[in-house]
Design a protein around this ligand. Sequence first.
Ligand code: SME
Length: 153
Amino acid sequence: MTLTLDEIRGRVLALCEGEDDAIALMATMATELFHGVDGFDWVGFYRVTAPGMLKIGPYQGGHGCLQIPFDRGVCGASASRETTLRVDDVDAFPGHIACAASTKSELVVRGFDASGTLIAVLDLDSDTPAFFTAAHQEFIENLVADVFGQITA
Ligand code: SME
């Protein structure tokens, strides 16, 4: 299924309305994004579970590795460098973790709760090189900011 980004945003916000549970929100976002866009071939969250440590959260797609320290992978780099990372060619990214050999490009966005604490990163992987556009990045950053802003506990 391919929906427009606006359609996906509308579905996610409607489904998540009034919810403040982090896992419920992450699970809903993961499935709507994964099924909404052909080319989003893996969509999932890595949660900050201890200082410098990410562990797998809700996801859609093939299995994801369970732990990513902040000094490993695109996910760890996003968390530790405190920025979104959009990687056109994962093979050229030092330290990229290949959970699936088919992954060619990646977008990782940080998620902060209502108090401004980093609680997870959202990792989107594509089997198509340079799949993620500036528009995808802006859409995902805004969606994650809006939905994670509902997390108060
Ligand atoms: N590629 C990620 C690891 C997670 S998976 O691909 C599901 C990374 O380098 O951080």
